[in-house]
Design a protein around this ligand. Structure first.
Ligand SMILES: [Zn+2]
Length: 597
């Protein structure tokens, strides 16, 4: 099959417009059809990327216009032509996230799902993309960062032609354009680039390289303990640094990240701030996906259907387990201390136990409904849904601890991941590319470990019973208890949005606020006649005892209401984990778990 040829140019950075062309050498004689994905793999929501296509025209190889019509929200049909067919279109790119595309005169970024139309029937054809430099002297120093393969004439980081074996590969390699910081390190022999776009003062690229190398090597060794073979030939961490942002999206040989510039390490300062720990955890998370979801996949993702929702009940395994391993790999590679790991775990436990949605939705159901629930949360989310990320990571923890306890530490969750890898992941892009069927998951866990995990599957995955983490942690000499001062300050049982006004963002089921008739969206005006703002509510409430009655004035829309609130006790937002048991068995068990032995 002749290659599908694309060209993309940042045509009008000030107007945030890319111009893209796609040429099909031998179009369908009945009239070529095209589509743009409605979602991007890894982010389970229909986003209708085609809404950002501003103008679109079709031409034959004599440069004459060809009639083209839209057939639905994301598809087009061109009239039959003799010879090649070219489409030229503009894409509006002003979404500063990792999921779409953005462009201005400082940086450009795009995912193929936002910019490359797919000619139907040519999904398996090789692709060539000419990435062109924007015109003008101010773009003289712009470079290209991507894990796409350079064509022979293209220098690494240069503008020019890049290739992909098929459409699926083309859209799995995001591209960053602009002037960016760049460093390269090798992890078990494979080159890894770190690309940071956005202005960051005093950025310590050396430390970033050294730290990420440790995480990457630990993960490669987890999946391939004998050969230490990475699943890709090279890898690119691309980060957009902003004032206030957080997110990442995994790809087969790269990841697109967004973070606060204040989270990135500063030259000469060696401390590991909370922000930097968060950033390392994000990198670790997306890197783990290189194995778990980019190669080990649910059967319905092999291949993806890019025209609609792809339903799977397994995101607890693909996102939850990845969330478990992201911080675990930081402690195993020595980047954070054991005590820091317990702190992170205590926060996750607190977050999961705070929402009553965990008693109404299982992690399997949360996975299935991700498209309309987890990804489209409203003010009632905490009361109605559970996160397959956070609860999923605790399910992973519960599996790991159970397997270790039942097998006297001979087996662990690592063995499950390795068997998944050997059976489904290692040859995914070489072989037929099959994913795991949902019905086969439980048997595979048993096969990998020999442990009886049926109760955990029933209660933790398909049920809503709280995980018995205190019992499971006991053989490891780790205690877990609510981190709260029983004499602490009372609460309303609601989440407040900060700002000048004291607006309730969410009201928890059964809380003082709910019982008194307060609702999300209400703007609190006064507590017992004293004015409330977005920042002083805690201070006001701290003068009362739990159980005290207070009068709250609030606006709902433009109507003033008065509520009599009987204050709740202090909120438990985190749990305290401690490893004080110094007996040899507990110490060894902990070492194996957190040391990865
Ligand atoms: Zn993830």
């Amino acid at each position: 099959m002749k290659p599908i040829r694309y060209a993309i140019v940042p045509k009008q950075p000030a107007a945030h417009l890319f111009e893209v062309t796609v040429t099909v050498a031998e179009p369908d004689p009945a009239g070529q059809r095209f589509m743009l994905p409605v979602w991007i793999p890894g982010s389970y929501m229909v986003r209708e990327f085609a809404r950002n296509i501003v103008t679109l025209r079709a031409f034959n190889d004599a440069g004459r216009k060809v009639r083209i019509e839209k057939t639905d929200k994301h598809a087009w049909q061109a009239a039959p032509v003799k010879g090649a067919l070219t489409l030229r279109y503009e894409v509006y790119a002003w979404d500063m996230s990792v999921r779409a595309a953005h462009l201005d005169d400082t940086t450009g970024f795009f995912n193929g799902t936002s910019v490359f139309l797919s000619p139907l029937g040519f999904e398996g054809a090789p692709c060539v993309v000419d990435i062109q430099k924007p015109a003008g002297p101010q773009f003289r120093n712009w470079r290209v960062a991507t894990a796409l393969t350079e064509a022979r004439a293209t220098k690494r980081y240069g503008f020019g032609e890049y290739t992909a074996q098929n459409y699926d590969e083309l859209i799995d390699h995001p591209v960053t354009l602009g002037e960016f910081e760049l460093a390269t390190f090798k992890a078990h022999g494979v080159p890894h680039d770190i690309v940071i776009a956005g202005r960051v003062i005093g950025l310590d690229m050396e430390r970033l390289s050294a730290d990420l190398k440790r995480v990457c090597e630990a993960q490669i060794a987890l999946f391939e303990p004998r050969t230490k073979k990475a699943p890709m030939d090279r890898y690119v961490f691309m980060t957009q640094a902003v004032t206030d942002g957080y997110g990442g999206l995994e790809h087969r040989a790269s990841t697109a990240l967004i973070c606060n510039r204040s989270d990135l390490p500063v030259t000469g300062r060696d401390e590991t701030t909370d922000g930097y720990r968060t950033y390392l955890g994000l990198c670790s998370h997306e890197y783990f996906h290189t194995w778990n979801v980019k190669r080990i996949k649910p059967a319905v993702f092999a291949p993806y259907d890019l025209t609609q929702e792809n339903y799977t009940s397994l995101l607890w395994l693909f996102e939850g387990f990845t969330s478990y391993y992201d911080d675990l790999m930081l402690v195993r590679s020595g980047l954070i201390k054991e005590a820091d790991y317990y702190t992170l775990l205590g926060k996750t436990i607190g977050g999961v136990l705070r929402g009553s949605g965990r008693l109404k939705q299982t992690v399997a159901e949360s996975s299935f409904d991700a498209w309309v629930k987890y990804y489209r949360q409203d003010e009632n989310a905490a009361n109605a849904i559970v996160s397959y990320y956070t609860k999923g990571s605790l399910v992973a923890l519960a599996f790991d601890l159970t397997i270790r306890a039942q097998t006297q530490n001979r087996k662990s969750l690592d063995d499950v991941m390795r068997l998944l890898w050997q059976r489904y992941g290692r040859d995914f892009y070489k072989g037929k590319g099959e994913g795991i069927e949902e019905a086969d998951v439980e048997a595979l866990f048993a096969e990998a470990t020999g442990a009886d995990l049926s109760e955990l599957f029933a209660d933790g995955v398909r049920g809503t019973r709280d995980l018995p983490l205190d019992t499971l942690l006991a053989p490891f000499g780790v205690t877990v208890e609510p981190d709260v001062d029983p004499k602490g300050k009372p609460s309303l049982g609601a989440r407040v949005r900060g700002g000048a006004d004291c607006t309730l963002a969410a009201v928890h089921d059964g809380s003082a606020a709910q019982k008194a008739g307060l609702s999300a969206g209400d703007v609190l005006i006064a507590v017992d006649g004293l004015r409330v703002t977005g920042s002083n509510l805690d201070a006001l409430l701290s003068r009362y005892q739990p159980g005290a009655k207070v009068e709250v004035h609030a606006f709902r829309r433009d109507e003033l209401r008065v509520a009599q609130v009987r204050l709740d006790g202090p909120e438990v937002s985190r749990y305290k984990l401690a490893a004080n048991d110094k007996r040899a068995a507990a110490v060894t068990a902990r070492k194996r778990w957190l040391g990865g032995k």
